[in-house]
Write a protein that binds this ligand. Structure first.
Ligand SMILES: CCCCCCCCCCC/C=C/C(=O)SCCNC(=O)CCNC(=O)[C@H](O)C(C)(C)COP(=O)(O)OP(=O)(O)OC[C@H]1O[C@@H](n2cnc3c(N)ncnc32)[C@H](O)[C@@H]1OP(=O)(O)O
Length: 365
């Protein structure tokens, strides 16, 4: 555990502030007035919101990165920064990780808002000047010209983007497709860091899984101490990597084995299974199912039981259970990055990823 914390010191706070205004997945920049607004509530960063209740010592970390909370390099960096801050805050003893269902993004200055299926104008705060226009845009195929209604908002307007019903869609596939080996290596290091920090956390951690949680989303869930999932037939969870033609690394596998045992992990990984909530409960991939609107409150009630155990006893026990698994990655980090980069940049793997991406998009159409 100490190793994990020492290692995590590499993500020093000097880099923290500069990271918070980096470009989003869609290339939109969070400009400085937006950042200063967030500084007033210093627990909010663009893709993640953290509320620490000082009376209970429990923090709720809400992922708010539309459309599907995919784990991009930006997202992972913010996640690690937030985790590190909480870890160092002695008043914080427990962490609940969940997804918000609505994401509010603050835009400043002149901003263009397209009304797509996932974006709607939520509130416009005066003073504001709205000018109706039409915007010609080349579609992603590069073939069609489409015309969208747009509003050009001058001054400040608030826009709300709706998140899909997901906890997290896992690693951002766009970070693994068509990227340079250097960039892939940087991304993979951030994935490792996220897992090391979470699996090795001194805090009691609960995943409040209020949506689907495939692959990296599942890894994040099983990195916690306890999992509560919404009993919704539309949601699924699992390490489905083989379905994408890729292979879950040894530390994904180890975490799953530690959670559900060897046989269930073997079936689950080889077949790339995504489990419904009841099936996930059956194999022990999640610990409890509750109605969707009770996921967070149940996590809070459950956390109070975890925090009734003296911290030092719980932490030493957790370390005893997880240290070997953590040390295995710590002593193989560079080799693991090299493996990932050489695997993911192979033509055949890139083709699999492209087909998978096309399948995701065509499914929607
Ligand atoms: C020799 C051994 C060496 C080993 C070396 C290591 C090997 C590599 C290991 C890599 C491990 C990988 C882990 C991962 O996490 S991979 C990601 C896996 N994730 C998935 O399979 C989930 C895919 N998504 C979905 O199933 C659905 O999107 C979901 C159920 C989550 C939500 O469905 P919904 O209908 O609500 O939303 P859409 O499908 O319409 O999606 C909305 C848009 O989001 C895009 N999207 C979805 N998921 C991702 C993603 N993971 N990354 C990036 N983008 C994603 C989707 O395409 C839609 O985009 P558009 O609106 O532009 O069409």
């Amino acid at each position: 555990m100490a190793n994990v914390l020492r290692n995590s010191a590499k993500f020093g706070f000097s880099g923290v502030l500069s990271q918070l205004s980096i470009h989003s997945r869609h290339g939109r920049e969070c400009v400085s007035p937006c950042f200063s607004l967030q500084q007033r509530n210093n627990s909010t960063s663009p893709k993640i919101k953290v509320d620490l209740d000082n009376s209970t010592g429990v923090a709720v970390l809400r992922m708010q990165s539309p459309p599907v909370n995919s784990l991009s390099l930006d997202f992972l960096t913010e996640f690690c920064i937030n985790l590190e801050k909480l870890e160092m805050d002695k008043s914080c003893r427990g962490l609940i990780i969940t997804s918000v269902s609505t994401h509010t993004h603050t835009h400043t200055d002149t901003d263009t808002v397209t009304q797509s299926h996932k974006t709607m104008i939520h509130t416009i705060t005066p003073p504001v000047c709205v000018v109706s226009q039409t915007l010609s845009k080349v579609s992603s195929t590069g073939l069609d010209i489409i015309t969208l209604p747009v509003c050009v908002c001058v001054c400040v307007c608030l826009v709300s983007q709706t998140l899909s019903k997901v906890f997290s869609a896992g690693l951002d596939i766009m970070e693994m497709y068509g990227k340079s080996p250097e960039r892939c290596g940087e991304f993979w290091k951030a994935v490792q860091e996220m897992w090391l920090k979470l699996y090795g956390s001194n805090m009691a951690t609960i995943a409040a899984i209020n949506g689907s949680s495939p692959a990296g989303g599942c890894l994040m869930s099983i990195g916690c101490d306890y999992r509560i999932m919404a009993d919704n037939p539309r949601y699924s969870i699992g390490l489905n990597e083989t379905q994408l033609g890729i292979v879950a690394p040894f530390w994904f596998k180890d975490t799953l084995v530690n959670t559900v045992g060897n046989r269930a992990a073997e079936l689950s990984l080889e077949l790339g299974l995504l489990y419904s909530a009841p099936d996930a409960l059956k194999i022990g991939l999640v610990d409890q199912l509750v109605p969707e609107d009770q996921v967070l409150s149940t996590a809070q009630d459950t956390m109070s039981k975890w925090l009734a155990v003296p911290d030092h006893a719980r932490q030493i026990t957790k370390s005893m259970m997880r240290k070997q698994t953590i040390d295995k990655l710590l002593s193989n980090r560079e080799a693991d990055i090299t493996n990932f980069v050489s695997f993911i940049t192979k033509d055949s793997i890139q083709r699999s990823l492209r087909m998978y991406l096309e399948m995701l998009k065509s499914r929607k159409a």
